[in-house]
Ligand binder design. Sequence first.
Ligand code: NCD
Ligand code: ZN
Length: 368
Amino acid sequence: MIEFTLPKWYDLHAHFRQGGVLEPYIKAHLDMGCAGALAMPNTKPPTAVVFEDDENNGKYWSIERYMRDLRAAGADKFKELIVPLYLTIDTSPDMIIKGAGSGLLKACKSYPPHGTTGAEYGVPTTKFMDNGVFEAMEQAGIVLCVHGEEHGLSPDHYFDYGQNAETIFYDNYMPIVRDKFPNLKIVCEHVTTKKAVDFVLGAGPNTAATITPQHLIYTIGDLLQGLKYHLFCLPLLKYSEDRQALRKAVTDPNNTQFFAGTDSAPHTTKATDCGCAAGCFTGGIAPQLYAQGFELAGVDLSSQYGQDIFRKFLCENGASFYGFNLLDDSFTLRKEDMPVKVLETSEGNVVPLPLGLKNYTLPWSIKL
Ligand code: NCD
Ligand code: ZN
């Protein structure tokens, strides 16, 4: 039986939501050996100011408040917790400098306007190139987390063979941001295309990327065959050539730039008559899914060599990019079937991705 032990890891892109559901969502992360997270700020209202005093009568939430709620709901057990600041039309260089000085602000998140769940307050990236925000972030050492998709495209440009919202974004904007702010630390979030992977590889050590389990395992064909809406997340799954580029990047023994960020995005109501909420829920099972993805990519996880490659991606590269300590606490992955269960919350049940695909067991199990 294959079994190996890893240091506890950090999920560098997760959605924990708000209110009563925080507790079960955070517990699911703790249960999968996660010792810290970047908790995404696409709350309602968006977490778009640093200090509670600046919430502007509820227009925005503050990092201060959201961190307190997260900790009260179990995130106090995390060794590291970052809530990136949601970049809006109201974000100013002064907010960045003061936030960084307080220690509460470590990262900012750029959303494409209306481009995904909770992205209504997003602002085109170009705005922050010109208004001093990226410059202040570069100076203060604040990480830029980018949801890299062009917004407002017509359907034939949004997803077509040869180009899509992500490739257009990486063609048109990222090289300019990279050149103009060479010392800005950038994480290209949940990359899905060869185009984005190639950008990251060519952009030097201040540039990194997160990759989700679903984008390592599946292609758009998996979503379309039978219209399996539990695979509907943004950015969308792409073609096998793209998945191959992702797999090659994460399985390179010299990989330093690509790391785990699950984008676990729970929705108690996934599909309705009016459409489908974007987001795959992988809380509780992400290391198991990543292990599955690495095996599909040809990594032999029974070998020390394969386990070292996996550990870099899951535990080391992201910690190093964000300046977190590698942990002595550990957990164990074992090649043994494990049942997948629905997560019950006060707002209803959440279906983890494999169950939504009618996979009732996972090939890997976890032991803390
Ligand atoms: C995320 C969500 O549900 O909050 N959805 C998703 O498809 N990934 C938002 C996001 O990160 O894009
Ligand atoms: Zn996300």
